[in-house]
Structures are given as structure tokens and as C-alpha cells.
Design a protein around this ligand. Structure first.
Ligand code: SAH
Ligand code: SF4
Length: 349
């Protein structure tokens, strides 16, 4: 075996872990901050560029660590400006990240797992099953590599963990990655207000998340009653709607912060006026806003998108009940970059 395979990607380490490693090697702890700044703020991809660190220490780093990059194998551009990146991981598996330009924001949607084990019926990612968790380094490498490709003229402003996978099923790595993302002194410098995690509802993890971070929470709700949600999202058979809403009502929020509920509108399944009224009632205990997402269909999808009239009627009922309810037309449909369309389906190039 070459020594390469035994080296660790330095991006797997939190700053505390790097400080511990430095202590073990009799190197002063402030070096951790220097290395972090080089990697996350200046996006260095070699230890040799770290000129404020002595050569001896750099060589020690080099003998223990690598600075891995993801291999970008495809970049697709949508007519609406959305871009989809296909990355190959070191073990030959693939993930996708989606960059979504809006008026004032440039949002990057990143993946947290290769595939997903949650089995939601409307989601293409689910169809390929679960392959593995992404490491902390792989999660943040998506941000670094996309920012690198963009260059200095445009900065990613917001991160959403809404790509492939269920982030709360990969809690440890996601939490370390979020801590580095939101480290404003040495890390990727995103304000916690600019980072959002989307979950299908792993209820016990919600209290952990509220305790460990201050990032925004989005819940993929998609139904207003347990029977329908059980059918669409198997996770609901484990954690009922009531337990999910209860956990959301306890999620710590800043004064102007709200929990976002995402609700895909599926024709004849969850889009009736009764559903809208039930939803309004269900969400009462939570400071919430609602994103209504007309279903994105894909080849082999068993459902249909709701009619526009049903979508507007649904929105109207929520409005009248006092909820900010926005219809989110998905971006990047023409390149299969929209919600639920990520499959990392790498074609031979
Ligand atoms: N696993 C997490 C995050 C990734 S899924 C979660 O479920 O929240 C990201 C979002 O895509 C979720 O809100 C999900 O409800 C939505 N989604 C999945 N399939 C979709 C589809 N076919 N059309 C529209 N949105 C979809
Ligand atoms: Fe997984 Fe989210 Fe897709 Fe459900 S919607 S299968 S949790 S990625």
C-alpha cells in the first residue's frame, strides 16, 4: 500500500480535533487556525502554499494529511441560470450539488449522503437506494469546489442541505461540517442564518440539532394526515406527524426565525381544500412558513403534479389562516436539477 491511502483528508477534522493532533505532535495550537484559514478562506489545495507555516511543520502535515478535492465530472447549465455539478468521490461513487442564483442570493444545495434510505415515494434519490454517508470533508468540499469554479467575482451566499440524502441520518458528519461552515473566524464564514437543513423528520435528532446549532430548520412535510404521510414517507410510520410537530414546536428559534415546512403538491393525493385546512390547523403550535412545491415529475414517477387551480386554492386557504405560504417553482427542471430529481446518474462520458 502506498502511504497515500493511509493519509487523512485534513478537511475531516474539526478545529478542536486538529488542535488535539497538534498537541500530540508538540506544535503550538494556533497553527490550527492558520491551516483552517488557508483551507477554508483561501481555498489552498496544497500545504506548500501555507507560507506563514514553517517548512518543518508543513512537511509534517504533508506526511499525515492530504487536502482532497472532489473530481468534477460534469457541469450542466439550465436555461434559468441554475447549474448542476456532478462529482465523483474517491471510491468512484457520485453525488450532485446544485447552484441556484436568485436576485440577491447565490444558494448552493449540497448532498449529505450518496443516495438515501428513507424511501419517499415521490423522490428520485430514493429510487437508487442508500450507498453511504458523506464524510465531513466531502460535505464541505462541495462548497469549496463550487466556489473555486465560480472564482472570486461571485460568492455563494447561502447553503441548503437539501441535495441527495437525509442529513439527520448522517448527524455526526453533518454537524462537524456545519460547524466548519459557520465558523466565522477560521472556517467557511457562513452566518447561521444562511444555512438551512432539510429533513424528512428524524424526530429524536431534532432536539440534538436545536441544541448543537443555530441553523435554519426545514421539514419535508408533504401531507396533512398520518395515513397519507405513511404512504408517501415511510419515516412517518416510525415518527408520527404529531410527534414531529411537537418536536418542531420545541425547536429553539431566534426572534424572527421560523421553521419552514415544505409541502409537495401531488394531484389527488395531498392537494384538497380539506388538506389545506388540516395543514393550517396542524401547524398552529409552530412559528412556521410554508413552501408549496408543485411535484417535479420524473421518468417512472407514479404521481402527477397538482393543477394550477388546486395549487392556488391551497395557497389561498393557508394565507387566509395567517401563514406565509409561497409557491416555489422548482429551478433547473430542464437539467433534472430540481428538488427530488437528483440521482447522480453518471453517464459514461
Ligand atoms: N432528505 C431531506 C433533504 C433532501 S430532499 C428531506 O427530505 O428533507 C430535498 C427536498 O426535495 C425535500 O423537501 C423533498 O420533499 C423534495 N422533493 C423530493 N422529491 C421531490 C419531487 N419529486 N418534487 C418536488 N420536490 C421533491
Ligand atoms: Fe431521502 Fe429526502 Fe428523498 Fe425522502 S425526500 S428519499 S428523505 S432525499
Amino acid at each position: 500500500m502506498t502511504s497515500l491511502t493511509t493519509k487523512i483528508d485534513i478537511k475531516e477534522l474539526t478545529r478542536d480535533q486538529l488542535v488535539m493532533w497538534l498537541n500530540e505532535h508538540d506544535i503550538r495550537p494556533f497553527r490550527a487556525g492558520q491551516v483552517f484559514k488557508w483551507i477554508y478562506m483561501r481555498q489552498a489545495d496544497s500545504f506548500d502554499t501555507m507560507t506563514d507555516i514553517s517548512k518543518g511543520v508543513r512537511d509534517l502535515f504533508k506526511s499525515h494529511f492530504t487536502i482532497n478535492r472532489l473530481e468534477r465530472v460534469r457541469l450542466e447549465h439550465s436555461e434559468d441560470g441554475t447549474r448542476k455539478y456532478l462529482f465523483r468521490l474517491h471510491d468512484g461513487k457520485y453525488i450532485e450539488s446544485v447552484l441556484i442564483p436568485e436576485k440577491k442570493r447565490l444558494t448552493l444545495c449540497i448532498s449529505s449522503q450518496v443516495g438515501c434510505s428513507q424511501g419517499c415515494k415521490f423522490c428520485l434519490t430514493a429510487k437508487g437506494g442508500y450507498k453511504r454517508n458523506l464524510s465531513t470533508g466531502e460535505i464541505n468540499a462541495q462548497i469549496i469546489d463550487v466556489q473555486n469554479e465560480l472564482g472570486a467575482s461571485r460568492n455563494i451566499t447561502s447553503i441548503v442541505l437539501m441535495g441527495m440524502g437525509e442529513p439527520l441520518a448522517n448527524y455526526k458528519n453533518v454537524l462537524s461540517a456545519v460547524n466548519i461552515m459557520t465558523d466565522t473566524d477560521f472556517g467557511l464564514k457562513f452566518s447561521t442564518r444562511r444555512v438551512t437543513i432539510s429533513t424528512s423528520g428524524l424526530v429524536p435528532r431534532l432536539s440534538d440539532l436545536g441544541r448543537d446549532t443555530k441553523i435554519n430548520l426545514a421539514i419535508s412535510l408533504n401531507a396533512s394526515d398520518n395515513k397519507t404521510r405513511n404512504e408517501l414517507m415511510p419515516i412517518n410510520r416510525k415518527y408520527s406527524l404529531e410527534s414531529l410537530i411537537e418536536a418542531c414546536s420545541r425547536y429553539p428559534l431566534l426572534p424572527r426565525q421560523k421553521v419552514t415546512f415544505e409541502y409537495i403538491l401531488i394531484k389527488g393525493v395531498n392537494d384538497s381544500t380539506d388538506d389545506a385546512r388540516r395543514l393550517a390547523k396542524l401547524l398552529k403550535p409552530v412559528k412556521s412558513k410554508i413552501n408549496l412545491i408543485p411535484l417535479n415529475e420524473f421518468a417512472g414517477c407514479e404521481f402527477k403534479r397538482s393543477d394550477d387551480s388546486a395549487i392556488h386554492e391551497f395557497q389561498d386557504i393557508l394565507y387566509k389562516s395567517g401563514y406565509p405560504a409561497i409557491i416555489r417553482h422548482s429551478r433547473g427542471n430542464d437539467i433534472s436539477a430540481a428538488c427530488g430529481q437528483l440521482s447522480a446518474n453518471a453517464m459514461p462520458l
